[in-house]
Design a protein around this ligand. Structure first.
Ligand code: BG6
Length: 518
């Protein structure tokens, strides 16, 4: 069936690829946590189902919980069967991969644990042909990152692998949050640099693994018609929205430390912004792409307190209803302070001070417990210079709008004016719509699958480079600083299930503009 479809639909050609990575041992620190069960293990299993995972690839869980190899293996296979996108579950694939699953029980600061880890990896090399290749994955709470990095350095494992004595390589994937401000992000970068070279470090931002986010570059640079108007001469403003209907999903302690700005803007949203605003890279490799992205972030000047007051809005949800179901307010969530002033909504106006973007505002908004889930980039073009159609109130002045829908309804829409059939020259705004699902008809790999595979293959294009993280934190830290000096807003200031605080509407309305309808 799939061969037939590939023959009849040219869009489906090349969708199935074979593994090109070398087999390696993935060592997950914090392997008993939610991320491993929900994303990493199902991702590895899906790669195996799609025949993208090299034979022999293995997994070592490293965590404090008391567990045998067998129990950990069972848990992992159970996680794969529950959360993987490829269904029905394929026991034969799971069994093959399962033979390479091991567990090391240790606290992160016990040198003996790292000695055992090396023994287990060496055994796997011999038994499964992983050739000394090691991919460390930091999936613990961020407080454990420094200890693990330090011990990896001290035990000599990284050095032994990366200087080629074992013939293999070692790399490290670092989960978010990557620091909590510029100073802590710099410190973490320093710690990493003491043990790993930059080319071994993979700072993960799962938004970059999303097909629709990668497609921003394809859309812009594989087509000549859009790039020609992608600048301040033609674009009035750009909106980036990440709306979520979920709340904090039981992650009270994490969210109390983080808040919406750190959780979504410092990473995912500024990454999307840099893809939208970057200049064409000279090549599609990790250096060239990231060189251009970082220039965008550097062109966004840090905000002073007055700018923070004018150009940012914070919100926090109170009780309300989402999709007809009553939900608690943020302050009533589990393990959240009843007086918490942590923001669950943020709206910003950012300016990219560059030749291309001078004077074009970028409005960003993100919130939890909004009426629906929708992530999109909205590019609003300038109106036509001549009011040719209609007169007075009836004059046609609706500008073109291009919407890049990241999720859930993945696609691209262009809104344009068209003549209403019939006598006269009445113009109406209509939508031209492209849907990924309809065009390609196949389920895209999940972000984590793509990113794990890229890390195995040594391709860091879709991971953030050291200078990018620091440039992003420079912007975000200026906002956090500004908020520290400003009186906190009266929280809660929006009801769960509504589109956010009124002040967010005012932020954009002051400029004579409005948020795109979701
Ligand atoms: C995570 C945030 O990084 O991204 C969560 O910590 C958020 O708070 C999630 O819900 C959103 O990811 P996605 O892929 O569902 O848009």
């Amino acid at each position: 069936m799939s061969t037939l479809l590939a023959q009849t639909n040219p869009l489906r050609e090349g969708l199935r690829t074979e593994a090109t990575a070398e087999p390696c041992v993935v060592v997950i620190f914090g392997a008993t946590g939610d991320l491993t069960r929900r994303k990493l293990m199902p991702g590895l299993y899906n790669l195996a189902v799609d025949r993208r995972l090299p034979a022999g690839s293995s997994l070592v869980g490293f965590a404090r919980r008391d567990m045998t190899d067998e129990r950990f293996r069972e848990d992992m296979l159970q996680a794969a069967s529950t959360y993987s996108r490829t269904q029905p579950f394929r026991p034969s694939v799971a069994e093959q991969y399962g033979e390479g699953i091991r567990y090391v029980r240790s606290s992160f600061d016990d040198p003996a644990g790292y000695v055992r880890l090396e023994q287990v990896c060496t055994e796997l090399d011999a038994a499964r042909g992983t050739r000394g290749n090691l991919l460390f994955y930091l999936a613990t709470a961020p407080t454990a990152f420094p200890t693990i990095i330090e011990h990896l350095g001290r035990c000599g494992l990284v050095e032994r692998r990366s200087n080629g004595r074992s013939g293999g390589w070692s790399r490290i994937v670092v989960e978010k949050p990557f620091g909590r401000d510029l100073a802590t992000a710099r410190e973490l970068n320093e710690q990493l640099a003491r043990v790993f070279s930059e080319h071994q470090v993979y700072r993960i931002d799962h938004y970059l693994g999303k097909e629709t986010v990668q497609n921003i570059m394809a859309f812009r640079f594989a087509n000549s018609m859009f790039e020609a108007v992608w600048n301040r001469d033609h674009i009035d403003h750009i909106q980036i929205t990440v709306a979520e209907s979920i709340g904090i999903e039981g992650r009270g302690p994490y969210y109390e430390e983080s808040g919406a700005l750190r959780d979504m803007v410092a990473n995912h949203m500024l990454q999307v912004l840099s893809l939208v605003a970057m200049e064409p890279p000279v090549a599609l490799d990790a250096s060239a792409v990231r060189d251009e992205k970082v220039k965008v972030l550097r062109a966004i000047h840090p905000l002073n307190t007055a700018e923070v007051a004018r150009r940012t809005v914070r919100g926090q949800y109170g009780p309300g209803a989402v999709n007809g179901h009553p939900v608690a307010g943020y302050r009533e969530e589990e393990r959240v302070s009843p007086q918490s002033n942590v923001e669950t909504y943020v709206a910003l106006k950012l300016l990219v001070d560059s030749w291309r973007w001078g004077g074009v505002p970028f409005y960003l908004r993100h919130g939890k417990r909004l009426p629906k889930r929708a992530s999109q980039v909205t590019i609003r073009f300038k109106p036509t210079p001549q009011r040719l159609f209609g007169q007075g109130d009836a004059s046609w002045h609706h500008p073109n709008v291009l919407t890049l829908r990241i999720q859930p309804d993945e696609g691209i829409g262009v809104r344009f004016g068209t003549k209403v059939p019939g006598p006269g020259m009445e113009i109406r705004s209509v939508m031209m719509d492209f849907r990924f699902g309809a065009a390609f008809g196949h389920q895209a790999a999940e972000a984590y699958e793509r990113l794990i595979l890229d890390a195995m293959q040594g391709d860091s294009t879709l991971f953030t480079r050291r200078d990018e993280t620091e440039a992003a934190w420079t912007i975000v830290t200026s906002i956090l600083e500004g908020w520290r000096h400003l009186p906190p807003p009266e929280f809660p200031n929006y009801e769960a299930g509504t589109p956010g605080p009124r002040s967010a509407r005012d932020l954009i309305a002051r400029d004579g503009r409005a948020w795109a309808r979701l």
